[in-house]
Design a protein around this ligand. Structure first.
Ligand code: NAD
Length: 496
């Protein structure tokens, strides 16, 4: 396979959109307040390398103040009827919708993602709030019944209490919405720490909804994971901590949480296999990988980053995939609605992805298209396909989290399934086939929390999202998230 003729360049915006920035401060008790420290973190636009603003590098005392506000608000919020909580969540959805452009521009400026991805993020966040608003009202416990003589059992579904949430940088507002909506729907109050690299849209959301949400119900503390995230994880008055992030951070959160035996909810990394059988529609599969492998620049936990294709169709599929990938338009925010891929999130991450490509070259793998950094400013990398990947090569199990798709081949169905499962992760996978029997059997044998058939990365708010194995446990979205963020109590009445 040879590199195609088109060399991607970064399309630049004629005028860079100016984002509307949030106020400076921590959002505690319904207002933006000063941090207890003067330390700040620079928040960068990764497509221009300009500093957008600074946010407080929060302290243990800031977390403690936020937790105290959440504890104070707990009883009133829990006592609201599902109908009343639902009404507030619906108003949040309306406010996000009314401020869609503000949030999209800000999200794109803070992440370098293109308009298409920012729009999808905000639309999905709106839908998450609307779904949770409905689910809050429809979510019921089993009916009362007698299971011991002369005793009637009733199940009360209660909020867990105060929930700590730690979010990543790849979909800052959407990952916050995935937690805020079900956590509040289930009647909890919360303290949320956004990624230190991408706190702006979460702070902006707090500013926009401050008058709708009672003070103390939602608190936001910015700053580094080792300080703010760790304090949230260990805090004695936080009843459950949920993190979306890397496996390493998830392990640290779970270890810190163990001291107070609080509940833990982990949405961690992924390395999604894309199993393409010889009977698959190869063009559809190539288009699917173009979209799902490079969405958000591959900085996506369910990214279609690891293709396993039957050896009899591997050459044809690779040719189609390389053609698709070489057509991907890379651009800065504001450079057009047809831009498919933006920058990497930071200089550090850009270096990590380029180092992974160097490792691939050093191992003798073939870079069929892409493989290089693009001209700055900004942290742009070419959409890349790596071929000639032997079974067990590091690229088959290490999460690169960038615009890099690797292609391996297999001979038998048994081998395909065994090798697809040979990863420490278990978040998502896809199967491409026109054979009905395979479409039924393969998903059952794949050890991943989501398995798509002839599709990849399509997400619905009604359906759960979450992993097995190293990808963690707990579910986002769907009524399963409401279950995770609530607790059941058995009350038994003696009527004898
Ligand atoms: P990260 O682990 O570096 O950071 C995630 C969050 O954890 C940040 O807010 C960070 O400050 C915080 N953190 C870091 N160390 C901590 C500690 N010791 N204690 C408490 N908090 C700490 O992850 P990232 O680089 O922001 O995001 C990318 C990772 O997230 C990838 O591995 C990706 O697969 C994963 N991710 C998973 C999902 C999912 O749904 N499973 C979704 C998005 C991202």
């Amino acid at each position: 396979m040879t590199t195609t003729e088109t060399v991607p360049t970064v399309r630049r915006a004629e005028t860079t959109p100016t984002p509307s920035l949030p106020p400076f401060g921590q959002f505690i008790g319904g207002a933006f307040v000063a941090s207890t420290t003067g330390a700040t973190v620079d928040v960068e636009n990764p497509a221009t390398q300009e500093v957008l603003m600074q946010v407080p590098a929060g302290s243990v005392e800031d977390v403690d103040a936020a937790v105290a506000a959440a504890v104070a608000a707990k009883a009133d919020w829990a006592a609201k009827t599902p109908k009343d909580r639902s009404a507030i969540l619906l108003r949040i959805a309306d406010i996000i919708e009314a401020n869609r452009e503000v949030l999209e521009t800000l999200e794109a400026a803070n992440t370098g993602k293109p308009a298409a991805v920012a729009e999808d993020d905000i639309s999905s966040a709106i839908d998450t709030f609307r779904f949770s608003a409905g689910a809050a009202r429809a979510f019921t416990a089993p009916g009362a019944g007698d299971y011991a003589e002369n005793h009637t059992s009733v199940i009360l579904r209660e909020p867990v209490g105060v929930v700590g949430v730690i979010t990543p940088w790849n979909y800052p507002l959407l990952m916050a919405a995935w937690k805020i909506a079900p956590v509040l729907a289930a009647g909890n109050t919360m303290v949320l720490k956004p990624s230190e690299q991408t706190p702006l849209s979460t702070l902006k959301l707090a500013e926009l909804i401050a008058s709708e949400v009672p003070a103390g119900v939602l608190n936001i503390v910015t700053g580094p994971g080792q300080v703010v995230g760790n304090r949230i994880s260990e805090h004695p008055d936080i009843d459950l901590v949920a993190i979306t992030g890397s496996v390493g951070s998830g392990q640290k959160v779970a270890a810190s949480a163990a001291g107070t035996v609080k509940r833990v909810h982990l949405e961690l990394g992924g390395k999604a296999p894309v199993v393409i059988f010889e009977d698959a529609d190869l063009q559809a599969a190539a288009e699917g990988v173009r979209s799902a492998g490079f969405w958000n620049g591959g900085q996506e936990c369910g990214s279609a980053c690891r293709v396993l294709v039957h050896e009899s169709v591997a050459d044809r599929f690779t040719e189609l995939l390389v053609r698709e990938v070489s057509q991907i338009t890379v651009g800065a925010p504001g450079a057009g609605d047809d831009v498919e891929m933006g920058s990497m999130i930071s200089g550090a991450h850009y270096k990590r992805v380029l180092a992974a490509l160097e490792d691939a070259r050093a191992e003798g793998l073939t870079i069929a298209v892409g493989g290089n950094a693009l001209e700055g400013p900004g942290y742009f990398i070419e959409p890349t396909v790596v071929t000639g990947v032997p079974a067990g090569a590091p690229i088959t199990s290490t999460e690169i989290f960038g615009p890099v798709v690797s292609v391996e081949t297999f001979r038998t169905d048994e081998e395909a399934i065994t090798r697809a499962n040979e990863t420490p992760y278990g978040l998502a996978a896809s199967v491409w086939t026109t054979n009905a029997a395979r479409s039924l059997s393969a998903p059952r044998r794949l050890d991943f929390g989501t398995v798509w058939v002839n599709s990849h990365l399509v997400i619905a708010n009604e359906m759960p999202w979450g992993g097995f194995k190293g990808s963690g446990y707990g579910r986002d979205l769907s009524t399963y998230a409401l279950e995770d963020f609530s607790r059941t109590k058995h009350v038994m009445y003696n009527h004898g």
